[in-house]
Design a protein around this ligand. Structure first.
Ligand SMILES: [Zn+2]
Ligand SMILES: [Zn+2]
Length: 244
């Protein structure tokens, strides 16, 4: 299993970059976790768009799904009748209008996931956990070959999220701001929250993502290490990790 950061910015993308998007791969099985602004133009640095089997969306905020509409257009415009494969967009159905917009008959199918119902997608086993965020949002845990990746999506600190991420090999955690700033009322974590989450989860490695547009990201890492003494990385475009 291999994971690559396609985009990592909070809210909107900086020049040439993207907001949330992570390419999950094992052999020919390629999935995107979230599909934010700029993800569609960035993804082809790592794989062909036509190689994607689909997208798993955490929630329906623009910085996590802005490029879904153009992904649908790409399917409609590029696929010839014979070679067309219909990719799947997995999403929650707590917002029925948003969920139904994911489907484009004959080009893109939508499948609903639910908390507490494990979902097998190719070689990956997904489970979902509802986070604390202004709109319904789900963290996801992916198991493959005895390794696990947990992606928090967007959330303020929750003890239950640490339980969900228990003993993960990689925790991809949103870190929207610095330790001196509290964004919990907006459903986001700061660097101390994330460090605490990683410690409580006893994760092997922490990747800070969903990063702020101000300050020095190295400070996020230093602050997270006040609580967590395992390996901490900072998301950049193309950051990648492969589990053998
Ligand atoms: Zn959000
Ligand atoms: Zn977000």
């Amino acid at each position: 299993m291999k994971i690559t950061v396609v985009g990592f910015w909070h809210g909107y993308p900086e020049k040439g970059d993207a907001t949330s998007g992570y390419l999950l791969e094992k052999g020919d099985n390629k999935l995107l976790l979230d599909c934010g602004s700029g993800v569609l133009s960035s993804i082809e640095k790592y794989c062909l768009l036509s190689e994607l089997n689909g997208v798993v969306l955490s929630h329906y905020h623009h910085d996590h799904m802005a490029d879904i509409g153009v992904y649908q257009y790409a399917q409609i415009l590029t696929a010839s009748e014979e070679q067309r494969k219909v990719p799947t967009i997995y999403g929650h159905n707590d917002d029925k209008e948003a969920f139904s917009s994911l489907q484009k008959e004959g080009f893109v199918q939508a499948i609903e996931y639910k908390e507490g119902e494990p979902l097998e997608i190719g070689p990956f086993l997904f489970t979902f956990f509802k986070t604390n965020h202004p709109v319904p949002c789900y963290a996801m845990r992916i198991e493959c070959d005895q390794k696990s990746i947990v992606y928090t999506a967007d959330s303020s600190y929750m003890e239950e999220l640490a339980v969900f991420a228990d003993e993960s090999d990689l925790l991809i955690a949103e870190c929207s701001t610095y330790a001196n700033n509290d964004l919990s009322q907006f459903g986001h974590m700061n660097s101390h929250d994330v460090g605490l989450l990683a410690r409580r989860a006893n994760t092997k490695e922490l990747l800070l993502t969903h990063l702020p547009h101000i300050g020095d990201h190295q400070n996020l890492k230093r602050e997270a290490s006040d609580y967590f003494n395992g390996t901490i990385s900072i998301a950049t475009s193309g950051w990648t990790k492969e589990f053998k």
